[in-house]
Design a protein around this ligand. Structure first.
Ligand SMILES: [Fe+2]
Ligand SMILES: [Fe+2]
Length: 145
């Protein structure tokens, strides 16, 4: 049996209020979200399971690179809430890894892609945003020194 994923069925749309103003991280966030949505759409359109699996694994790698970039920036600015933020990344990673280690079906791929988009939007609003604010003020301080 594949692991149970907490699924939220509300329609997921990209909203401008999650734009952070950091160009690199915003691009990564948008790319990640777009890819997750493409997987959801492809699974609904009956795309081949092999193709879906490749896309989902690509998404997992992309998340890995993105988390690594954020965590590197957290270390650079000695971000006060780095440990909590890293724990959130870890829990996402663990859930996704758990899924990737079980046999895929179209339905579970779709559920995971939906869960991923949902997790991502919430994480960006609640956890990334305060970090990006701290990053901006650290950069501002560095310029005015
Ligand atoms: Fe992020
Ligand atoms: Fe994050």
């Amino acid at each position: 049996m594949p692991p149970k994923m907490p699924i939220k069925r509300a329609p997921l749309t990209w909203a401008d209020d999650i734009v952070t103003g950091d160009v690199d991280l915003d691009d990564q966030h948008r790319e990640f979200y777009t890819r997750a949505q493409k997987i959801v759409a492809a699974s609904k359109a009956g795309q081949d399971i092999g193709e879906l699996a490749v896309n989902l694994e690509f998404l997992a790698n992309y998340a890995e690179q993105h988390f690594a970039r954020e965590e590197q920036l957290m270390a650079e600015i000695k971000y006060a809430y780095a440990e909590t933020h890293k724990a959130a990344h870890r829990s996402f990673r663990n859930k996704l890894a758990e899924f990737l280690n079980t046999p895929y079906t179209i339905l579970t791929v779709r559920e995971v892609a939906e869960w991923t988009s949902d997790w991502f939007m919430r994480h960006e609003r609640m956890v990334d945003r305060p970090f990006i604010e701290a990053l901006h003020s650290a950069r501002k301080d560095a310029v005015s020194d």
